[in-house]
Write a protein that binds this ligand. Structure first.
Ligand code: SF4
Length: 397
């Protein structure tokens, strides 16, 4: 009907103009900087000279650049990393490098964190601004502020609830956490961070990964599954009765990693049937039921160190990002290493950082042009730093 068509057109026009809907490649969203086309000439992926071009640009830049590579990066990109690590180690490496330019081969929240932790004179570059994190994107600051209001209305919130946010969150959410008396955590210190939070409040709001929060609260702190509720930002009041919201020990944000979320208990059963004596080693971003079925659970660094320290001939089925598992298999031919999932599943956003984008970022820099800088505004950076510093002050951090 004409009226309905007109209404739909208006809605679409409004949606196209809204900062919350991003049409890929059409325009920039200044709030999130993602979904933009890279200005200038990104080399053709079929260019046979890409490796040579990256080497030449890297050599020309010398100490003017420090390249960081997350463990989940592709092999052809990680080959150029001056330091490898998980998000937290890389942020520390960035701060310690003293280089005027950091090229961060990782995803957007990591580049933001590096910008927060480095000196104002350091510029952090993300070779492709479309390299986001689906988990981080599941918690937007307006949603978190609304959840805080819901908690307050339910008799929780300030004075009762301490927010903890996983490193995999935007700078705005880290800043919210800092302002509200909370801290950042990683997959290796989530237990310490939860204990720290319970020394300061009755309840923890855990953002944005429900699985890391649940796995840590139940398996490490001994809480029950019933002590945890899941707050769904797309439901009124989070979809939880106010009394239940107030009574919960842990309020888990309804977010997850789209890569680690693909593992299910059937994968564990299948690999055990196929590989006698296999040990199942998973990251705590996987579902609770998968962790329960696995032999070992731990952070990315824990997974790497566990494989490294194992006796030759050990068989592993590893539940984490595929680039890392593939690299572990190459680096440890003395072990039998398989991927826990029977389907291939890379982190698609991590994979957006490819050799053409790296070459483009390095060659531009060598020519005096900084492309794709990631800058966090001073107020947000200051409060996010408060939350990061509380993490750094945790015992054993
Ligand atoms: S693997 Fe998951 S948590 Fe890590 S960057 Fe990719 S989507 Fe985000």
């Amino acid at each position: 009907m004409p009226q309905a068509t007109a209404a739909a057109a208006t809605t679409l026009a409004e949606a196209a103009a809204s900062p919350t809907l991003l049409l890929l490649g059409r325009r920039a969203d200044p709030a999130v900087e993602r979904g933009v086309i890279c200005p200038g000439a990104v080399p053709d992926p079929a260019d046979p000279d890409l490796v040579e071009r990256a080497r030449a640009a890297r050599a020309a830049l010398g100490d003017a650049v420090f390249i960081l590579g997350h463990h989940y990066q592709r092999d052809d990109v990680i080959a150029f990393a001056d330091a490898r690590g998980d998000s937290f180690k890389l942020a520390r490496d960035a701060a310690a490098s003293g280089a005027p330019h950091i090229v961060f081969c990782g995803v957007h929240f990591m580049a933001e964190t590096a910008d927060i932790l480095t000196a104002p004179t350091t510029t952090v570059i993300l070779p492709d601004l479309a390299a986001g994190c689906s988990m981080a994107d599941m918690a937007e600051i307006a949603q978190v502020e609304a959840a805080w209001a819901d908690l307050s209305d339910a008799g929780a919130g300030p004075g009762h609830t301490v927010p903890l946010t996983y490193m995999n969150s935007s700078a705005a959410i880290k800043a919210f956490t800092g302002r509200a008396g909370g801290a950042v955590c990683t997959s290796s210190n989530a237990e310490r961070a939860l204990r720290w939070a319970f020394d300061r409040g009755e309840q923890v709001l855990f953002l944005p990964d429900q699985h890391l929060g649940r796995n840590t609260a139940v398996r490490r702190l001994g809480l029950s599954l019933d002590d945890c509720v899941v707050y769904d930002p797309h439901q009124p009041g989070g979809g939880v009765e106010p009394a239940r919201l107030r009574a919960a020990k842990v309020v888990l944000w309804k977010g997850h990693c789209s890569v680690h979320g693909t593992f299910v208990p059937a994968h564990v059963a299948l690999v055990r049937a196929k590989v006698p004596g296999v040990k199942v080693l998973v990251h705590p971003e996987v579902r609770y039921e998968v962790v329960e079925a696995a032999d070992l659970v731990g952070s990315t660094e824990f997974i790497i160190n566990t494989v490294r320290a194992a006796p030759p001939g050990t068989a592993w089925a590893i539940g984490t990002e595929l680039n890392l598992v593939g690299r572990l298999a190459q680096e440890h031919p003395e072990q039998t290493i398989t991927y826990l999932n029977d389907k291939v599943c890379f982190c698609s956003t991590m994979n957006r950082i490819d050799l053409p984008h790296l070459v483009w970022a390095l060659e531009s820099l060598a020519a005096g042009r900084v492309v794709n800088p990631v800058r966090v505004d001073p107020d947000t950076a200051g409060w996010a730093r408060v939350a990061l510093d509380r993490m750094l002050a945790l015992p054993g951090a």
